[in-house]
Design a protein around this ligand. Structure first.
Ligand code: COA
Length: 167
C-alpha cells in the first residue's frame, strides 16, 4: 500500500525518529489515551516508533504519521494494523488525533484517505474496532462509510467491529 497519502489539509507519511518527542507529547495525554491503554512515556513511544517501522516492513502496510500541511505539525496517527478478531486475522484502520486538534474533522479525513488507499491496493476487507462508549470514534467510523457488523471481546474488552461497506 502507498505509504504517502495526501488530503486537503493533511499529509500521511511513515513515522521517523524525529517524531519521537511529538509522539510522546500526544501519547502522554491520559484523556486522549483513555481507550488505548492509558498514557505512554518516552521509552514506550520509542518502542512504538520501532514497531511502526517493523509493521510496514512485514506487511507492506502499517501506521502513518498524520501531519497538518499548513504548519507541518504532527497531529495524529492513522493507518492499518493487523489484529486478531474471533480467531481471524483482520486489517484494522486506526485513528488517533491529539486532543487540541479534536473536532476539526481530521480523523475522518485521515481515515477516509487510508481506506481509499487500501481499497486501491486491492485490500477488500478493513475493520475498525471501537469501544462501546467511544462515541467520537464511532462517528468517525460511520462518517468514513464503515458499517457495524458485530460486538466482540478482545483481551476482556467489549468492542464494536465496523467493516467497510464497499466490498
Ligand atoms: C476519536 C478521535 C480520533 C476523533 O478525532 P477528531 O479529529 O476529533 O474526529 P472528527 O472531527 O473527524 O469527527 C468526530 C465526530 O465525533 C463527534 N463527537 C466527538 N465527541 C463526541 C461526543 N462526546 N458525543 C457525540 N459525538 C461526539 C463530533 O461531533 C464529530 O462528528 P460530527 O462531524 O458528526 O459532528 C479522537 O477523539 C481521538 O483521537 N480520540 C482518542 C483516540 C481514540 O479513541 N481513537 C479511536 C480508537 S478506536
Amino acid at each position: 500500500m502507498k505509504s504517502e497519502l495526501e488530503t486537503a489539509r493533511l499529509r500521511l507519511r511513515p513515522f521517523r525518529d524525529g517524531d519521537l518527542d511529538a509522539l510522546t507529547s500526544m501519547f502522554s495525554d491520559p484523556i486522549a489515551m483513555r481507550y488505548l491503554g492509558g498514557p505512554r512515556d518516552h521509552e514506550r513511544c520509542l518502542n512504538d516508533l520501532r514497531k511502526y517501522v517493523a509493521t510496514w516492513e512485514l506487511h507492506g502496510a502499517g501506521p502513518l504519521a498524520v501531519v497538518r500541511k499548513r504548519d507541518e505539525r504532527l497531529v495524529g496517527r492513522s493507518g492499518l494494523w493487523p489484529c486478531k478478531v474471533d480467531g481471524v486475522i483482520e486489517l484494522e484502520v486506526g485513528y488517533f488525533i491529539e486532543r487540541e486538534s479534536w473536532g476539526q474533522g481530521y480523523a475522518t479525513e485521515a481515515c477516509r484517505a487510508v481506506l481509499a488507499a487500501a481499497i486501491e491496493h486491492g485490500i477488500d476487507r478493513i475493520v475498525a474496532l471501537v469501544a462501546l462508549d467511544n462515541i467520537a470514534s464511532i462517528r468517525v467510523a460511520e462518517k468514513s462509510g464503515l458499517k457495524f457488523e458485530k460486538t466482540t471481546t478482545i483481551e476482556s474488552e467489549r468492542l464494536q467491529l465496523y467493516v467497510n461497506a464497499n466490498r
